[in-house]
Every structure is written in C-alpha cells, then in structure tokens.
Design a binder for this molecule. Structure first.
Ligand code: SAH
Length: 264
C-alpha cells in the first residue's frame, strides 16, 4: 500500500499508570519519583496528596479527575476515554492513583481499555493503603501464629442497596481481612462478620489517614469497634482491619521508633 507522506501515522503517546502509595511521599518508589519528575501531563485522583503533586516539574499540565465514593469528578468511563484520546493525540500521560492502581484503583479497567485501543502503557506499582497502615499502626498483615492468609476486600455497597459482601470468605478464622471503603458501613460489616461465624471478641481496628499527618487508629473488637469509631468521629479514608493480628498492636505500637524522614 502506498504510504501517505503528507499524513504519516502519528505515534501514540504512552500512558504510565502510577501508584502513588498511601500518602506519605517518602513511600513513593524510586521509579515513581522519576516518572513524576519528568511528567508533562498528569491526570490524578483525589487520594493523591499535594506533597506528591509537588514533585511534578514546573509547567506540567495537571488535571484532577476525582474519584471519591459519591462524587466522581469525571465518571470512570470518561476518564478511560480521555486517556485513550490523549494518547491517540500523541501525548504521554501520567495517570496518578492513590496506593496501588491495581488494588481497588480501577487500574485494571484502564489498562484493559488501553490494550484494546492499542495504546502502549506501563504500570508502576505503589504501596497499597493496607501496607502503609499495617506498618505505621503496628499491625502485621500476616503472622505465623495469628494470621495465615490475607484478604483485601471492598466494603463499598452499591448506592441504596444492602451490603453484598462475600461473608463466608471474610469470616474465616486465622486470617487477616482488610476492608477498603468500608467506614460508612462499619456497623453492618461488624454485625455481618459475627452473623457469619466470627466471634464478637475478634480483634478489629480502624486506621484513618494512614501514613499521613494526623493518622489515627481505633482498636476494639467486632462488638465494640462501631461505637468506638463513632465516638472518635473516624472519617474516610480509613481501613478496617479484622483478625488476631490486631492484638499485636498493643505490643508493637508503643515500641516502634519514630524514624526521621530520610530526606531522599
Ligand atoms: N488504590 C488504593 C485504594 C483506593 S480505594 C490503594 O491501593 O490503597 C480508596 C480506599 O482506600 C479508601 O476508602 C480507604 O479505605 C483506603 N485508603 C486509601 N488511602 C488510605 C489512607 N491513607 N489511610 C487509610 N485508608 C486509605
């Protein structure tokens, strides 16, 4: 086929799906920092903090595309369409998400759309919120004696509908369950776990704003946590930890040294 020399095919831009970690900018990976420092165009979600955005170079075009439970700045399908369109225009796009993009970050859907549209992309993983919270709150995610499996689940129900979680998976003994996006449904989640077989005395905790200034942790049992959280006024973003590993916090948290930032 003769080539149209006046209109050479445009090289599509590349999309970088970047996980910015749980909040503390020092928990970014080296690869993430390098990608941030040379970005020209960024689409970012609401869980990406100002200190992370401060690493972008001057002149970098920044677009907030949102993604709070009830208040999407742009519906997901429009975010995905925008990524594809920008890449087809030849722009390199940095798609910035809180935590890890492939863990409740809808990075999977964006990657699927990019693959189908023939847009080259790379994925830079980030620490997920559960890892940040575990490290700073003193709750190991697994432990040979107290938690032999780890389940990351979403506690976000469809609006106006009863919670539809996989209770038999979440209510297994000897495992740690970490529930994302569950604060609004905390009483129903705790009651559901007890109704499906976990003891009401099972240790449970909430970690609010993990790794960020003002991080708080409320600790109790499945029976007591909802009232403790309401008294403390815990707000999203927060994670629910359920399992025997939560007991270790009493020993570990007071013993943890406060390490000064490395200044990297
Ligand atoms: N992709 C993200 C999760 C996005 S879903 C990740 O891998 O961490 C959003 C939910 O993540 C919030 O509702 C909250 O449950 C949790 N979350 C994110 N950042 C958090 C933080 N700093 N502290 C506590 N929970 C957080």
């Amino acid at each position: 086929m003769p080539r149209d020399l006046d209109h050479p095919p445009r090289r599509p831009g590349t999309v970088t799906l970047l996980g910015a970690g749980p909040g503390d900018p020092e928990l970014l990976t080296v690869k993430a920092v390098k990608a941030l420092q040379c970005a020209r165009l960024v689409l970012y979600d609401h869980l990406v903090g100002d200190e992370v955005l401060a690493l972008l170079p001057p002149g970098c075009e920044q677009h907030y595309v949102g993604k709070e439970a009830a208040r999407h700045a742009l519906p997901q399908r429009e975010i995905t369409a925008l990524l594809v369109r920008l890449a087809h225009e030849g722009r390199d796009v940095l798609r910035l998400k809180g935590g890890d993009g492939y863990i409740f970050g809808r990075g999977g859907e964006e990657a699927e759309a990019l693959a189908i549209a023939g847009v080259p992309f790379q994925v830079i993983p980030g620490l997920t919120a559960a890892q940040g919270a575990a490290a700073t709150a003193g709750i190991p995610l697994t432990h040979r004696d107290h938690g032999r499996a780890l389940v990351l689940a979403t506690g976000h129900g469809r609006e106006g509908q009863p919670l539809d979680l996989d209770w038999s998976l979440l209510a297994r003994p000897q495992q740690t369950s970490v529930i994302y996006m569950g604060v609004a449904h905390l009483p129903a989640i705790c009651a559901g776990l007890v109704a499906h077989g976990l003891s009401a005395d099972t240790p449970a905790a909430l970690v609010e704003r993990a790794t960020l200034p003002g991080q708080r942790c409320v600790e109790g049992t499945l029976a007591t946590l909802p009232a403790l959280a309401a008294d403390a006024g815990i707000q999203p973003p927060a994670l629910i930890f359920v399992g025997e590993v939560v007991r270790l916090r009493a020993l570990l948290a007071p013993a943890m040294a406060v390490v000064a930032p490395s200044g990297l």
